[in-house]
Design a protein around this ligand. Sequence first.
Ligand SMILES: *Cc1c(COP(=O)(O)O)cnc(C)c1O
Length: 385
Amino acid sequence: MDERTNGLTTWIEVSEAALRHNLGIFRSLVQPSTRLLAVVKANAYGHGLELVARACAAEGVEMLGVHGADEVRDLRRAGITTPVLLMGFLTGRQVETVVDPGVEVLVSTLEVLDALAAHAARLGQQLGVHLKIDTGTHRQGVAPGEARRLAQAALDRGLRVAGLATHFANIEDTTDHTFAYRQLARFCEALESVRTVAPGVVAHAACSAAALLFRETDFGMVRLGISLYGHWPSRETYLSWLLAHGRDGVKLEPALRWRARVGQVKDVAAGEPIGYGLTFRPTRLTRLAVLPIGYADGYPRALSNRARVLLHGRPAPVIGRVCMDIVMVDVTDVPGVAVGDVATLIGRDGTEQVTVEELAELAGTINYEILARLSPLVPRLPFEG
Ligand SMILES: *Cc1c(COP(=O)(O)O)cnc(C)c1O
């Protein structure tokens, strides 16, 4: 801990070394000509947009992927000039306010092409677009058979067709990759037809799981989210890796730790109820520590009476309900806990570690959701190591 945390009751530490390490893994996995796009939507999966974008830019990441217009604005305000791929829906007004030649929009509709063309004319500059092909996820995008028409529509409007993209529906949830290969075949068809009108188009299909498992999805660029932050997309993805490679090779490093200071320590008699709903009654005299974080900060209420935090390198179980801003933990077996001590909600303390995956499992969700819902109000501190 350093002096930056003196005035804080809770904070999130982000290891730039871990981000660099994880990027390095992907640089060595993909083809030398394949570019890396760092997906920094959802406040960089909870790690802090500006901090992560800056670290990625310093590592020479070729592109940043965001969901919406606000994120583009935040990046530009922070002085980050790395090219951006805007992947989500955007209104005509948002096109006017955030798109410049450094922002390429992932397009699925003629409406957005029209708005971009009008904006390019106003700017007097050419804008690049990426076309989204729906190869079976049935989310955003046009059917592979429509790809060439959409490309031609972009060209007719004076736009540059910079990229062609698709997204896989079923890599993370299974070790059977039949559906992914079907999507890949459809994408290759679309790519071939679009190349007849836009030969320079950069194709990209891979998310973290595909970039870990399938070299045939490298194309010109890969879009890295969860694994850039040091997490396997799922147990099935990890299992697929093991089936193909054995234990060697990839050691992703989680980049985030979440800490909070103990606000109060108190003893509660056996049989006394703890917290809202009186859901926990200790069977012994219990020392509890009160922590100043709760579900408003992104610590799921589903962790009530289930999770553990670390204090002095030892586990302290969460007891009673997780409140909006407060959590109670049992420190009866952790000697010497005092007000101001630092508890670890996510990450390592000594030889013990609470992983995002452990919390996700206990809360009935996935690591992505735990990370993405960490409140942006909790300060993010970059640190080395
Ligand atoms: C979020 C997202 C990604 C990143 O997925 P991960 O599984 O986190 O690597 C890639 N592509 C698109 C279109 C996305 O929305």
